[in-house]
Design a protein around this ligand. Structure first.
Ligand SMILES: Cc1cc2nc3c(=O)[nH]c(=O)nc-3n(C[C@H](O)[C@H](O)[C@H](O)COP(=O)(O)OP(=O)(O)OC[C@H]3O[C@@H](n4cnc5c(N)ncnc54)[C@H](O)[C@@H]3O)c2cc1C
Length: 464
């Protein structure tokens, strides 16, 4: 059944469910909600609603379900797979005003937050108490915890600390039919029924709207170290990364950047990494509470890099130097995307197969004459392959690109990997999901979607 367009009567009914600051209909007010960080895609909502309570979210979804109006949840709009784009029109349901840290529970080492809290702001608050919330997407200065939950976001520290799912223990969420549910809680152990918390984490806003999040905290590590190792071949860098695990060293973060990614970020910030020019750069972070053990690991990592072919190894030994280097690293995504029209593929393989992934991406992009710049969280086997249009004709871009992307994805799956490590399937990877999932699995996913959302009003046309 086609979705209902918002008539003046329906518009008024929806707008009456929130306060006077809680809705936008004017074009200039809605502009920022018509796009996210995915390519140059723009889809206009018919109405933006910005509720402040779970009850308001529930009333909005009840009316949307009854009237068959599509609703697209949104956090900060930093997503890279088009998940927050209202591709079917209807309502953009933005959680940005639900932005309170409700509790930092130092007895249970848990915190309870609303979905609109900015990730870095939350991390800063818990760190004031000597606590740590590790998931750190490179966008953490602007993205929101609700968006992190919906995408099961990762980040550099995932190598040692895991991704968002490893820290979420409970959720309050509103079903597309308007009921409010509570899943999990401040419980380290809980096997009572299916684990709905973990089903909702990573569900990309297609099953329910998250209105409260309970996360685990851990003590903040006392000491951190950061090494930079320049290599004269990307494959040597990828092999060195795999060697740390063989030697049972688990760094906090293990990042890989091709030369063009290094140069793009340096140009954008007008600052340089403290290393000579190289074909590939690795950033290796370590943390711990015992400086002697940490320094032994630093020494061993340095030796492994040199054995693996690094020209040298540089230690950023002060917090200021480490901050500066991370700032350049975190600006890489924006810097690469500012070069040209682009498409970003979020490939992931078992970490030991990283050298093969690097070779695969090079072979396919060379075959199709495509410019690509790869960088990413290589310690997780997760490489962001940014395909740049540059001076490629529109015709070749439309014709060759989907074929090349499908070839990369088939290669990734053959390596035991999948088509998205952390950005989600959303709108842009939807055509490729059949490469990663079997028909049986896809049918099961569709039945789960239908059980939550019988009319399909919540974030329609995403994932499948
Ligand atoms: C420069 C840059 C660097 C990035 N680095 C990383 C990185 O290192 N690791 C990583 O994983 N990602 C990264 N990202 C991607 C992005 O920042 C993350 O996916 C982030 O978690 C999205 O959060 P958001 O608040 O912006 O969500 P949005 O983009 O607004 O939404 C993302 C998805 O979540 C859904 N959603 C949002 N809020 C809710 C809610 N309350 N309930 C239900 N569904 C909801 C939306 O419908 C959408 O499907 C990066 C992006 C940029 C631009």
């Amino acid at each position: 059944m086609p979705f209902t367009r918002l008539t003046p009567d329906l518009l008024a009914r929806f707008r009456a469910l929130v306060d006077e600051k809680g809705s936008f209909v004017a074009r200039e007010d809605m502009e920022k909600y018509a796009s996210d960080e995915t390519e140059d895609l723009v889809f206009w909502p018919e109405l933006v609603l910005r509720p402040t309570t779970a009850e308001e979210v529930a009333a909005i979804l009840r009316l949307a379900h009854e009237s068959n109006v599509p609703v697209t949840p949104r956090g900060a709009g930093t997503g890279l797979s088009g998940g927050a784009l209202p591709v079917e029109g209807g309502i953009c349901l933005c959680l940005e005003r639900m932005n309170r840290i409700l509790e930092i529970d130092t007895d249970n080492l848990m915190a309870v937050v609303e979905p609109g809290v900015i990730t870095e702001a939350f991390q800063n608050e818990v760190e004031k108490l000597g606590l740590f919330y590790p998931p750190d997407p490179a966008s953490r200065g602007s993205c929101m915890l609700g968006g992190n939950v919906a995408h099961n976001s990762g980040g550099p520290r995932a190598v040692k600390y895991g991704v968002t799912k490893d820290w979420v223990y409970g959720l309050q969420a509103v079903l597309p039919t308007g009921e409010i549910i509570e899943t999990g809680g401040k419980l380290i152990k809980n096997v009572t029924g299916y684990n709905l918390t973990q089903l909702l984490v990573g569900s990309e806003g297609t099953l329910a709207v998250v209105t409260r999040i309970t996360v685990k905290l851990t003590p903040l590590p006392k000491y951190t170290r950061l090494l930079l190792a320049p290599f004269d071949s990307p494959e040597a860098a990828a092999r060195a990364i795999s060697s740390f695990f063989q030697h049972k060293i688990i760094p906090t973060a293990l990042e890989y950047l091709e030369r063009a990614a290094v140069e793009a970020a340096e140009r954008r910030l007008g600052r340089t990494y403290p290393v000579p020019p190289c074909a590939a750069l690795t950033l290796i972070a370590l943390d711990g509470n015992d400086p002697a053990t940490l320094d032994r690991d630093v020494e061993r990592v340095g030796e492994l890099c040199i054995e693996g072919g690094a020209a040298d190894v540089f230690l950023a030994d002060t917090p200021e130097k480490q901050r500066d280097i991370w700032q350049i690293r975190r600006s890489t995504g924006e810097a690469v995307k500012s070069i040209s029209i682009y498409k970003e593929e979020d490939t992931v393989v078992p970490r030991a197969r990283l050298p093969e992934l690097v070779r695969l991406i090079w072979a396919v992009t060379k075959k199709y004459g495509i410019t690509a710049i790869s960088y990413g969280h290589a310690g997780d086997g997760n490489l962001h392959c940014n395909i740049l249009k540059m001076d490629m004709s529109d015709e070749r871009w439309e014709r060759d690109l989907p074929v090349a992307i499908a070839e990369i994805f088939r290669g990734v799956v053959a390596l035991g990997g999948t088509i998205s490590g952390e950005h989600g399937v959303g709108w842009v990877q939807r055509p490729y999901i059949g490469i990663a999932k079997s028909e049986v699995e896809l049918a099961l996913l569709r039945r789960i979607k239908a059980a939550f959302d019988p009319r399909g009003i919540l974030n329609p046309s995403k994932i499948f």
